[in-house]
Each structure stands twice: as C-alpha cells, then as structure tokens.
Design a protein around this ligand. Structure first.
Ligand code: C2E
Ligand code: MG
Ligand code: MG
Ligand code: MG
Length: 282
C-alpha cells in the first residue's frame, strides 16, 4: 500500500512502523494524565563507598505503570517525555519526591545521605531551573549538599548557559555529576571548564571489566583521570564480587548496582538503612 504524502513524495506503508508509532502515541497520551492519576512512583538505588561498603547515598529512579500500557521502562518513556516537554512537570515532581523522601529518612533518625536525581537536558535548559531547584529545597527543607543532580554529556552542547547554571547550583552547595560518562562522544576538554564533582562510569564499561581487558583498561583510565582531576568517581552497574574487587583495587570511590541492591521502594530502602545501622554497631 502506498500513501500519498505531498505532490511527488510517496511513503510505503510499513505495518511495523505503524505499530511503533501507535505505541509511542499511546505512551504519550498516557503520560499526559500520569501525574494527576498518581501513576508514577520513585524507587531508590543504594550508592556505596567501595572501601568500606557503607551506604553514602541513593539514586532516585522513576517508575510508571499505566492501566493501558502496563509498566513502561524509563528508557522508553523518558525520551517521549523529553520530546513532548512533559519531562518538565514530571521531572519537577521527581525532584520534589526525592528531596522530600531524603529529608524524611533524616527526620526518622538515619544518618544523612545524598540523593541523586536525573535531570534531562531539556529540563536543564529551562531558564528557571535554578530557581525551581532552590524552591524545592526550601519547601522540603533538604540541605543543598544532600542533593546531587545527574547530568548527561549532551547538555555540554549549550556550553555558555550550562556553565553559568552549573556555577549557580554549585554555589548553593548542590553536587553535580556526569551520568553515563564515556558514552556521549564529547571532547574531554569540558572536564576542565565544567564545575562538576563526580563522574559516573557507564554500566556498559563496568559490565565486562572482568572478562574484557579493553573494558578493564577503559575503566582503569577513567578512574585514574578522575583521581588526577580531583573528581569523585562512581561505577554503575556493579553486579558481581569480581567487578567490585577490580574497583577496590583501582581505588574507585563509589559503586552502585544489583550486587548491592536493585532500585527499591522507600519502605525497602528503610530496611537497608536499618541493616546498616545494625552492622555498624557489631
Ligand atoms: P541511569 O540514570 O543511568 O540509571 C541507571 C539505570 O541502570 C537504571 O535503570 C537502573 O535500574 C539500572 N541499573 C542499576 N544497577 C544495575 C545493574 O547492576 N545492572 C543493570 N543491568 N542495570 C542496573 P532504569 O531505572 O530503567 O532507568 C533507565 C534510565 O532512564 C536512567 O539511566 C535515566 O537515564 C533515565 N531515568 C530514570 N529515571 C529518571 C528521571 O526521574 N528523570 C530522568 N530525566 N531520567 C530518568
Ligand atoms: Mg542516573
Ligand atoms: Mg547512568
Ligand atoms: Mg543510562
């Protein structure tokens, strides 16, 4: 079947394309109502200090279940939220939840820790981002140094604005990290000019450090570079003891992955916190 598009342009009808288009539209329609229908929740994944095994923070990760679409992975719905601009209200909601939750753990008497929140590039480009973050911290009463924002290398394209914003956030006391480090095809020179605290080594590198000497060498290089630049470094996607031992040997500061815990509900993270407290006095 051929559909007429314009005067001389024809497009072939491809049922598989049509299917993915309508799935995408279904997600978009669902996303528009998801906040008001309370379909989102935030789960938290522990971040651990490599040399001590101590919990030092969590990463907030968004989850979405919709009656029509079922449970949709953020890898699928976040790009659609970005494209449509829905990421702005959704991202604001995640930030608020994460700060509120982190403060609630502190109020319950747990040792204060950081919460890391993913900020998409569209969110970061918002002109009032800094004010929104400031307001959220005030409303939730979370101290700025217990908040980390995870940015991706893509924000570096808009460098002048990005640097200015990053300085304002750093001056407030907020931590900044580069997520999925090494996958963004950007020049390394930004590490000199951007005021960041932490590099997050992408799980694509961590996955094979024990089996692929090239990945081992890349991870080793990133850790050394972080040390030399005075940056903190955290490895994502740590699933095995072998991977953790490699990171210990290379003096990687922090790690995150299924080996320690999957992302869990706030209630389950509380159990993790209580276990830590018990281990600390033993
Ligand atoms: P990310 O920020 O790089 O998050 C890490 C992803 O790796 C998470 O997937 C996490 O569940 C997964 N992960 C953690 N440890 C392991 C492990 O040991 N093995 C494996 N195989 N995976 C592990 P998730 O939650 O599906 O999120 C995927 C991506 O979606 C995130 O990647 C982030 O880019 C985006 N995302 C999630 N929540 C948000 C949000 O609130 N805002 C924005 N802008 N993006 C978000
Ligand atoms: Mg992240
Ligand atoms: Mg990542
Ligand atoms: Mg990722």
């Amino acid at each position: 079947r051929v559909k007429e598009q314009g005067k001389n342009s024809f497009q072939f009808y491809d049922p598989s394309m049509n299917e993915s288009v309508s799935k995408k539209m279904q997600i978009e329609i669902g996303l528009r109502k998801a906040l008001e229908r309370n379909e989102f929740k935030v789960v938290y994944q522990p971040q651990v200090e490599v040399h001590s095994g101590r919990l030092i923070g969590t990463e907030a990760l968004l989850r979405w279940t919709n009656p029509g679409c079922g449970t949709v992975s953020p890898a699928e719905f976040i790009p659609i939220a970005e494209e449509t601009g829905l990421i702005l209200p959704i991202g604001e909601w995640v930030l608020h939840q994460a700060c509120l939750q982190n403060k609630a753990w502190q109020n319950a008497g747990h040792p204060p820790m950081r919460v890391a929140v993913n900020i998409s590039s569209r969110q970061f480009r918002q002109s009032n981002l800094v004010e929104k973050v400031r307001e959220t911290l005030l409303r939730t009463e979370l101290e700025p140094h217990y908040l980390e924002l995870e940015l991706t290398e893509s924000i570096i394209q808009d460098s002048q604005h990005a640097i200015e914003k990053m300085h304002q956030l750093r001056e407030m006391g907020i931590h900044l990290s580069i997520d999925d480090f090494g996958t963004g095809y950007s020049s390394l020179s930004y590490l000199k000019t951007f005021p960041i605290n932490t590099l997050k080594i992408d799980q694509a590198f961590t996955r094979n450090i024990y089996t692929d000497p090239k990945d081992a060498s890349l991870v080793d290089t990133i850790i050394n570079m972080a040390h030399n630049l005075g940056l903190k470094v955290i490895a994502e996607g740590v699933e095995t003891l072998e991977q953790l031992e490699f990171l210990q040997k290379k003096e990687c500061h922090e790690a995150q992955g299924y080996y320690f815990s999957r992302p869990v509900s706030p209630e389950d993270l509380e159990i993790y916190l209580e276990q830590q407290a018990v281990e600390a006095v033993m």
